[in-house]
Every structure is written in C-alpha cells, then in structure tokens.
Design a protein around this ligand. Sequence first.
Ligand code: ACM
Length: 504
Amino acid sequence: MLTIVPRPRTLRMSPDEEALTLGTTPGIAAAGAARPVAELLAASLRGRGAAPSVVDADDAAVIVLELTGPDGSRGASDDHIADESYTLDITSAAITVSAPERAGLFRGTQTLLQLLPVDLAASAQLPVLHVDDAPRFGYRGVMIDVVRHFFPVADVLKLIDALALLKINVLHLHLTDDQGWRIQIDSWPDLTAVGAAGAVGDAPGGFYTKDDLGRIIAYAAERFITVVPEIDLPGHTNAALHAYPELNADGVAREAYHGIEVGFSSLSASPERAEVTDRFLRDVLGEVAALTPGPWLHVGGDESWSTSAEDYRDLVRRITAAAAATGKRVIGWHEIGSCDDLPAGTVAQYWSYLQPVAPAADQVRAVVAHGGQVIMSPADVAYLDIRYPEDLPTPGGYALGLDWADGPTSFAAAYGWEPTAIVEGLAESDILGVESPLWTETALTIADVEHLAFPRAAALAEVGWSAAGDRDPAEFAERVASLGPGWDATGIRYARLSEVPWRG
Ligand code: ACM
C-alpha cells in the first residue's frame, strides 16, 4: 500500500503501467524560485544514500519541480497565506511536482519523500500515479512549550524537519510562562538576565537570543512553516513579575517559581501600574513582532485565575490592542472571548474539550461574531502532553505525559475528531485550522517530546489537511506504520503504540 500522510485529496494509480526506476544519481530540474526547494529535496535524498544533482530546468532530469503560477516566489508573510496546492505525477519516465507557489512545491516533495524507500543507496521502484492535493485548513500547527523545559535550537530544528514531512505549516512557540522567560527582549533585559534561570524542578533554564529565534524562523520558513511566537499574558507571567518588581501591583518582585501549578500570576490592572504595564506590552510585543515575518502574534490569555473578571477584560483589551498595533493578527486562548473589545480578525484558540465546558463555546462564538476565527485544539484529543493509554518504554526510562485533559489519549482518539463538530454554530470558514500543543511538564529532552508527539502529530496533520469524512482508523494506522522506518532512520524516538501495526 502507499504511504501518504496526510491523505491527499485525490490519488490515482495506474497499476498496469510500467513502474519508474529511480537510480542512485537522480537529477532534479528546477528553475529560479523552485531552486531552493530542489536543494532541500536533494539534501533529503542525500541523507538516504543517493547522490542527486540539481540541474537547470532545461536539462534532462528524472525529477522535475515546476512553478506554474505568476507568484511562484511568494511565501507566507504579513499579508499572504501561502497556496499549498500541488500535483505529483509519476510516469515510467519521470517524476513531476507542479505547484502555483513554492509552498505547494515543497509539500509535493514531502509526498514524494514518503513514497520513496529510506535507503536510496540502491535503485528504487516507484508506482505510476497522479496526486492532486491541497489542504483543508490553512493553519495546521504544533506547539511546543519551551518554558517548563527548555530545548536548544538544534532540537527545535530537528522537530521542524519531522513536522515538515507531515505538512504541518505552523510551529507555535510558547516562549514565556511562570517558570521562565525564554526570548531576549532588548528593552527589558532582565526578562532573560533574571527571568530565564531555571525550569521545572531542577532542570536548567535558558533562552533564545534574537539570533537563535531568527535561525529557527529561517529554518522553518525554508520548509514553509510559519513560527507563531506566544507571549502568555496577563497570567502565566511569574517570570516577568520576578524580573521586574514594578510590574507588580505592590511593587515587590515575585519569587522565582519552578513548580507546575497554574493560575496564580497576573500583570496588574491598577491605574498606578498602567504606564509601566502598557510600556512593557508595547516594547515586548513590538520586539517579538519585529522578529517574525509571519502574520500572527499569540498573546496567551489562558488561566488568569488570580485576575478579577473586570481586570482581565481591561488587560486583554490593552494586550490585544498592543499586539494589533504591531500589524500582526492577534491569537489568544479562547478565554479572550470574554473581552468584547478585541481587534478585528482576532483568532481564538479553543482548548476546552470535545464536549465544551462552559463558557468556552460562548467565548469562541463571541470572537467569531466579531469577525474572528478559531483554531481548534480540543485538549482531550489534540494535546500531545497527555499520556498514552499503555506503558511503553520511554527514551529516558521515566514516565511521560499527564492525565489532566481526560487522559489518557489514544492514537485513535487523536485521529477521530472533527473540527467543525465541537462548537455549535461555527461554519467551516470560521475555523482557521487545528493545532496540537505539547506542554512540557514531563518532557525533559527532545527525545521525550518526540515520544509524546509521534505518532499523534500525524493524526493532527491528517485532521487538518485531509478532507472531512470517511476516516478509517485502521487504514490510517496502516499508513502511519509505514512512517516508522523513516522516523527510525532520522532518529525520531516515536512511541511504538500497539494501536499501530508497525513493521519490523
Ligand atoms: C492551556 O492549556 N492552558 C491553554
């Protein structure tokens, strides 16, 4: 059977036609803006033992990458969400990937990589086929919490490669929380000089310099993945309240915090703190927005349980206004829907359950009623930090995953949900997309992250990309099983769940 995850829109096979034999020194023809995509494909083939060469579009080559649209050089930016559609044709003579834009061309090469064996040191047979593909939703994200545990740049780049293969197009970085502040802010240097020390328990802290984050953003952008930075406000701010006493209502710095409880910290809504708090918001959100070419800026808004309802609405109004003033489209967790004064086009990220817990559904509908959209992250099926139903060997030998969101979460549950069926009254067009967050209370290393994320991130990828309906969990598990050798070859420590018929 063919392994394509997520399932493409249409796939036509011609079993009677002679297969294509791909030699060990394939040429990849690409012109102009298609060239960087060809170079990335060549690097992937090299990683599998082949010796490809990228040649000019006019030269003979077994693999051809062609841009068909007038805007072929575009990528996601402030004013443009990339077109990810593509076609892939394999005949007995050639492999052709065509797309209107580079993003689609890259997605098509990921489909091709899934069809190729992981060892290309010998020639490979490919079936004759035609794929015509495009995503259902424009936003298909994975979030990693780099606060509760911190992950160096190289770890994040490795994760990006694994996500790219699944056509994930957003990496949401949860950069600040009670336990630490993980992004350099020049105008408020103590956020990292003081606020980045430590993580959960005894784990080391750390932070990304602007150059570090720039490297992550550039690496992701080459793979047509947009980084969405999150500064969590007004709660989840203990690290900032520890670094800067003047952000506290009483002017006293908070103690550093390295536990895993939530909901105890808040920026101050008091009039005496208005000037400093608004300056903090303007400076921090301005610097973060300036770092990121993507269209979105996430301002958190979840679990501000120590903020009164009135103060919360006041702070969220000021936070989202400061974020919108950077020119970005604002995203917040669904609680921000309790504020009726949000900037135009604000996006609510729903993190309640398949059966919404009040008032989450109303908060989401309020955002939509004001012209906004929704990212669906139902915690009981989309959260990657929830443990699996079975005890499997883990990379570090310690247990991974929490239970809080109606855990455990099986692979079948992660696959078997429909984004439009959760909050009544939402149309397909109200849903910007889907995302799987991975909070890192129990994940100390990138191997731990991989164990929790894979294979469930593949389920999220298919929920976000593939057409609704006719989801067959057994058939999906078969396809996901074929990803195992690729994950093995690239050192991804996925969980070998018994729900998936892994080979070998
Ligand atoms: C969340 O899980 N607190 C968004």
